[in-house]
Design a protein around this ligand. Structure first.
Ligand code: FAD
Length: 402
């Protein structure tokens, strides 16, 4: 791995910056959001701007209509987008389902779904977890029984992010109750408007509605909506979950927190001085800077391995390390920001998505916007995408294969 500046990457960064400078509408830039995903209309508008440039699928290879960027280029794109404050994309479609469709779908299935992803016409959610089947995903019980050319789906999913906004869901179902538990699972694409689907909101600790329960009551799904063969669901899931290790730490977000902390360091007053003059604050800020830099180094290393299609135990273990260290750092940094805000730290700003908090008073300083809610939301970062305990188990197990 080479840590010297790469001229090609520097030029690429400049190209992305220029594009963002000229094409990110001012009314979308840096818009506060009540969650990790932007408001629906903003997300769709931004997706269409990217698509018009040919960047509708920044993480996919060219042969599937993507940009063909290297892993490091994708990371730079993410970093510049976070720094410019662009709306988010539909991560479920872009980072999870898209690669699965590219690798396993038929030409007909690709034609039916890919154009709608490029243009933001169809948003997706992920129906994997069930009550009692989260970490132990293979124990899932939602069943799909064959009836002619259709499956009849019955069961329940939980923690389904943005199911209330999604047009379609990619779903793990049990198609064979007799087979060994991993072998009896299949991967279906289901239209959320199908009769028999109901969505119930779960309000999270940040006061927002991102999460849902989704119920399936005799939902009829064409067999043609199955990806891969019957019983291939687990193989496809392993591919999907192992797809992107380098992004597991969410480095662009950590960099944004660091920047916010530096802004607070000079803008917040303690007595007659700036916050940065407080020794304890300055020390902690320096520690965070060192930790974010260490994560950035590890990201570069993992990206190099991913680029070389290295699927060794070491690559997997490093991906899990990034997830653990990155998400735990997200929690510590957001907690520290809330503390640094003093009395403003306890105030959450109202947003259209966050009606339950609308009665709270508004602090005068813009810098506090969204920080308390971000801190509360990030409590979940060590759970979603695989809990820290499970990641540590993976690291321990893989260590014996190194
Ligand atoms: C904000 C948020 C968004 C989410 N979005 C989605 C989504 O869109 N789609 C979706 O399908 N799911 C989603 N999830 C669900 C997420 O994938 C699960 O919550 C996660 O996999 C953990 O499963 P669980 O909640 O059932 O907890 P459990 O698996 O029951 O775990 C409970 C506790 O036991 C520990 N534990 C479990 N197994 C082990 C083990 N082998 N070794 C050591 N400790 C263990 C865990 O670390 C945890 O502390 C989301 C979750 C959150 C919090």
């Amino acid at each position: 791995m080479d840590f010297h500046p790469d001229q090609g990457l520097t030029a690429f960064r400049q190209q992305v910056r220029e594009f963002l400078h000229h094409n990110l509408p001012a009314d979308l830039a840096g818009k506060p959001s009540a969650s990790i995903r932007s408001a629906l209309a903003d997300l769709i508008r931004w997706q269409r701007i990217l698509n018009a440039k040919g960047w509708g699928a920044p993480y996919w290879p060219q042969e599937h209509g993507g940009t063909g960027w290297s892993v490091l280029q994708r990371l730079i794109f993410d970093e510049e987008c976070v720094a410019a404050g662009t709306p988010t994309q539909d991560g479920f479609a872009q980072k999870l389902l898209g690669p699965v469709l590219n690798a396993f779908a038929t030409a007909e299935q690709k034609a039916a779904h890919l154009p709608a992803i490029f243009n933001g016409d169809r948003l997706w959610c992920q129906g994997f977890s069930e009550p009692g089947s989260g970490s132990d995903l293979a124990s899932l019980r939602t069943r799909a029984e064959r009836d002619g050319d259709e499956y009849v789906v019955n069961g329940q999913k939980i923690w389904t992010s943005y199911a209330h906004q999604a047009d379609w869901i990619f779903l793990l179902v049990r198609t064979d109750a007799e087979a060994k538990k991993q072998a009896g699972i299949s991967f279906l694409l289901v239209d959320m408007r199908s009769p028999g689907i109901s969505v119930r909101p779960i309000h999270s600790i940040d006061g927002c509605h991102h999460l849902n329960e989704v119920f399936f009551d005799n939902v009829r799904v064409p067999v043609g909506n199955r990806i891969g063969a019957e019983g291939d669901g687990w193989k496809i899931t392993k591919f999907l979950l192992n797809n992107e290790h380098a992004t597991a730490a969410d480095l662009p977000i950590l960099r944004r927190y660091l920047l916010q902390l530096k802004q607070l360091a000079s803008s917040q007053r303690v007595g007659t001085g700036a916050l940065i003059e407080q020794r304890e604050f300055a020390l902690q800020l320096a520690r965070f800077e060192a930790q974010v830099t260490a994560i950035a180094m590890l990201v570069k290393r993992v990206a190099a391995m991913e680029q070389a299609r290295d699927h060794s135990p070491a690559a997997h273990a490093l991906g899990s390390m990034l997830k653990v260290r990155g998400t735990e750092l997200q929690q510590r940094m957001t907690e520290f920001m809330v503390e640094a805000l003093g009395e403003y730290g306890a105030v959450a700003y109202p947003t259209p998505e966050n009606l339950t908090l609308q009665a709270l008073p508004l602090p005068a300083e813009d810098i506090a916007r969204g920080i308390a809610m971000e801190m509360l939301f990030r409590r979940a970062s060590t759970i979603y995408g695989g809990t820290s305990e499970v990641q540590r188990g993976i690291i321990a197990k893989l260590q014996f294969q190194l």
